[in-house]
Design a protein around this ligand. Structure first.
Ligand SMILES: *[C@@H]1O[C@H](CO)[C@@H](O)[C@H](O)[C@H]1NC(C)=O
Ligand SMILES: *[C@@H]1O[C@H](CO)[C@@H](O)[C@H](O)[C@H]1NC(C)=O
Ligand SMILES: *[C@@H]1O[C@H](CO)[C@@H](O)[C@H](O)[C@H]1NC(C)=O
Ligand SMILES: *[C@@H]1O[C@H](CO)[C@@H](O)[C@H](O)[C@H]1NC(C)=O
Ligand SMILES: *[C@@H]1O[C@H](CO)[C@@H](O)[C@H](O)[C@H]1NC(C)=O
Length: 170
């Protein structure tokens, strides 16, 4: 039975490690933060978002805020039916689903460009495909591909880990 606990500890540490290593925090607007007069579409086009990543908004507290809305809210700058709202000035929002997310500022500044929409991609397929792709065309092996491979490797390690814990509990 002692073995079960050490496995659980190992898995907990592994999970923590994988979360730290793989969850990218996408800071909206980079060093410009969340402010009016910035084209966040250009910012979003420059990033690739995966399930489990974070998007974070940094701004002057009490001046701006963040609402998660649907496409209508995004297009029309309305917060009606908002799914969530944040106002800490340093908001970390987990992107837990593979879908398009819409965020706007809820105090009217949405009309001044404080709106951003991001597409979150599912976690990539097993690492074998990434490895194969690198072997067939070394020149096209991009950091994205490597990152994808690394992530799925971690995902499979973590799944295997859970499988082991499960067996121990039988
Ligand atoms: C942001 O840039 C994109 C791509 O150039 C453009 O299509 C869009 O109209 C711009 N948005 C604003 C609010 O200027
Ligand atoms: C896109 O990313 C590149 C590389 O990080 C950076 O140099 C460039 O300024 C970025 N463009 C925008 C619009 O954020
Ligand atoms: C969005 O706003 C436009 C113009 O104000 C309006 O015509 C349209 O009906 C609105 N769309 C929705 C879905 O409310
Ligand atoms: C967005 O939410 C509003 C309010 O709940 C709703 O009227 C509208 O139809 C929704 N739009 C979409 C595209 O789901
Ligand atoms: C913000 O979210 C909280 C729940 O997290 C909700 O009670 C509140 O009504 C929301 N505020 C607005 C303005 O939608």
């Amino acid at each position: 039975m002692g073995g079960s606990w050490s496995w659980q500890l190992t898995c907990a540490l592994l999970l923590l490690f994988s979360a730290v290593v793989t969850a990218t925090d996408h800071i909206v607007g980079a060093n410009r933060g969340w402010n009016p007069g910035f084209n966040y579409t250009l910012w979003a086009n420059n990033h690739t978002f995966y399930v489990g990543d974070l998007i974070s908004f940094r701004y002057q507290k009490n001046q701006y805020n963040v609402f998660e809305v649907n496409q209508t809210g995004y297009d029309n700058c309305t917060t009606e039916g908002a799914v969530g709202n944040w106002s800490s000035g340093k908001d970390f929002i987990p992107l837990n689903k593979a879908k398009r997310y819409y965020f706007i500022c809820g105090n009217g500044q949405c009309f001044s460009g404080m709106k951003v929409s991001v597409v979150v991609h599912p976690l990539p397929p097993p690492p074998t495909s990434a490895v194969a792709a690198q072997h067939s065309s070394p020149k096209s092996a991009s950091p994205v591909l490597l990152k994808r491979g690394f992530r799925s490797l971690l995902v499979s390690t973590v799944s295997a880990c859970f499988g082991i814990v499960w067996i121990y509990h039988l």
